[in-house]
Design a protein around this ligand. Sequence first.
Ligand code: BG6
Length: 483
Amino acid sequence: MVSRIIPVDPFDLIIFGGTGDLARRKILPGLFRRFCAGQMPNNARIIGAARSTLSAEQYKAQIGTAISEFGNVTGNQAKQLNAFLAQLDYVKIDVKGEDGWRNLASKVRKNFVNAHYFSVAPSLFGDIAKRLNHWQIATPDSRIVVEKPFGRDLESSQKLNASLAAQFDEGQIYRIDHYLGKETVQNLMAVRFGNVLFEPLWNAQYIDHIQITVAETVGVGGRGAYYDTSGAMRDMVQNHLMQLLCLIAMEPPARFDPDAVRDEKLKVIRALGDVKPHEIVRGQYDGALDAQSYRQDVENPRSFTESYLCLKAHIENWRWSGVPFYLRTGKKLKERSSEIAIVFKKLPHSIFKDSGEAKNNVLAIRLQPNEGMTMDVTIKEPGPGGMRLIQLPLDMTFSEVLGDTAHDAPDAYERLIMDVIRGNQTLFMRGDEVEAAWTWTDPIINAWEARNDVPKIYETGSSGPDDANLLMDRDGRQWRDIT
Ligand code: BG6
């Protein structure tokens, strides 16, 4: 199968924080891959803007090194690196002062799409937004791109949204949740709304429960200071897992357009019920063998921040009444494995009483690694000896069924940046969604802070704390293996 590449319109992309970690590891290597794929036009330009004193040539050299290091560059692509770097420029800028802005204003072309990526601390978003207008760099068609964390609670997220709304319309603000850019996450919508098979079963009558797992093997890396004030709830659940939950639970939007989709997601978040203390397990990893503990990693010997969280969420509406959504995420677990599992109800009656117990059908949507889907179905074990039932997966591992198309798919950042240039907000979070998500998480976090909740210890390389299993045992269910 051949993938179709549609080039985007020429653009100027300004990356504030252009020398930072995200720019070097994700944004610029991603843009380079789009360049190699023929999606980035030759007259597009990327301007790095940061505090360091650098010439454009020095910046290009720095980014060239970063792309070679983080970009998974193949032999053929390496030949194109210089042509890509030729489209880069650099401006030394003070985002809290006025230095550098005149220079930036002189470089940005008003007749092209211009997009401004705020790859900086959220406390600087308002300053940059204001100056983009003050220096008349922004046009009514400009886009700004911002990254999480969008606040750490409802109040701070409202302030952040207000500081952006004072300068830009909601239709110009692209809040990235990179999970929405993942190939399989979009496939979730294709599966639900592109097939007649699933939607009639997609409700409390046929679905027993849903499990959403994002398991990581990595720890907090060099981000200990940020992570320790955040924890798994703020870092992963409030955004990435919440977005996955929304896509599974939302009503079919009338059209695949940004506001139709986001309106439906918002209704789901607003329908989330309270989570009781016994429906949550917080965990923190301890070192196994010579591995470091979480507290050593974040250099805080008294930290009570969770590096693992699982909880049972309820969506209080007609479709999902009584169907628990179990969410689980954690760092330093045994495998990197993210999946959504839709576990269907047992048969109302089995005619094969002596042939083994009928198992639940499970539709598992694998986000990473080995993107794809499996559907566990019951069949007859082949061969003589009467009717013996076994369960096997209908397996659609994308790399197997789609070949190179699956391998060449753009990663989340690449796709989302191209969507910014195309002006498509479908896969970006709207301000009201972010605020609604905090409205749900705030009381949960406040409750455990008020009772000085101590996270349960789990061993590095395990599946998480033992109490996570109790959460399921109580309901007569089981977590799927993290594999
Ligand atoms: C980020 C979190 O948003 O997502 C990180 O801040 C986490 O803590 C990362 O590791 C996971 O992303 P991915 O794409 O590797 O699953």
